[in-house]
Design a binder for this molecule. Structure first.
Ligand SMILES: [Zn+2]
Length: 237
């Protein structure tokens, strides 16, 4: 066969393969989307879909579940081609300002002066990699207009305030920065890497975040998920 044909067949094959891989990934995300929509419409019909705030989902998991509800979206989900989700989204199934958000792990809490819906907690030593500093980011704790649901203990400008695991941080909201386009009511939770100079890297890039699976003791990596509801097997649940 002509070499150019071989090359053309190879290129077409690679493009088709990559396309199919992206398609499969997005299919799984679409599957989770339909469950999120069903949950938001009628959470009371699916009490077994919910995890509980403060639960430890595996005996060796260092983090507590930071809020209650359906774990709707996972780390590395793709809402559109090329965009990768850097954390997990937990949907309370309630109205805004009702579902509590608690600290997954002790640390030093900062809320930048401009932050309406988010706090970040510094962990001087990663419980799964001693000596490495990491950060826990909690966001969407405000209504569409930016009215904050963060606890009054942590006003804008709070810096390095020590908190215990389980401390109430605030309540789930749907703030996105665009009042005309709020999100579903949820908490976005992510584990952010340190910049090596005592600050945190940009949370919006998945390469600056960690897969939360081993920290919460659940399968939270979209690429490894079987698409089933993610339940917490903590005692008493
Ligand atoms: Zn999210």
């Amino acid at each position: 066969m002509d070499k150019r044909w071989v090359l053309a067949v190879l290129v077409v094959g690679i493009v088709a393969g990559v396309g199919f891989y992206l398609y499969l990934g997005m299919q799984r995300t679409f599957g989770r989307s339909s469950r999120v929509v069903e949950w938001i419409r009628n959470s009371s019909a699916h009490p077994d879909w919910a995890v509980q705030a403060g639960a430890r989902c595996a005996p060796d998991a260092p983090f507590l579940m930071p809020t209650g509800g359906l774990i709707g979206y996972l780390w590395d989900d793709s809402f559109q081609a090329g965009k990768r989700h850097q954390g997990i989204d937990i949907f309370g199934g309630t109205d805004v300002g009702q579902t509590p958000v608690v600290a997954a792990y002790p640390g030093a809490l900062t809320r930048l002066p401009t932050w309406k819906s988010a706090v970040i907690v510094r962990l001087p030593s990663d419980p799964l990699q001693a000596g490495r500093q990491i950060w826990l980011y909690y966001t969407h704790m405000a209504d569409p207009n930016g009215n904050s649901f963060i606890s009054s203990e942590f006003p804008p400008g709070t810096s390095e305030k020590y908190i215990e695991a389980g401390t109430l941080l605030g309540y789930q909201g749907n703030y996105t920065g665009d009042a005309a386009n709020p999100s579903g009511i949820h908490l976005h939770f992510s584990i952010v890497l340190d910049d090596g100079q005592g600050g945190f890297l940009n949370e919006l890039d998945i390469n600056n975040t960690l897969d939360p699976s081993p920290y919460l003791g659940l399968s939270l990596n979209a690429k490894l998920s079987d698409g089933e509801v993610i339940g917490c097997q903590a005692p008493g649940q």
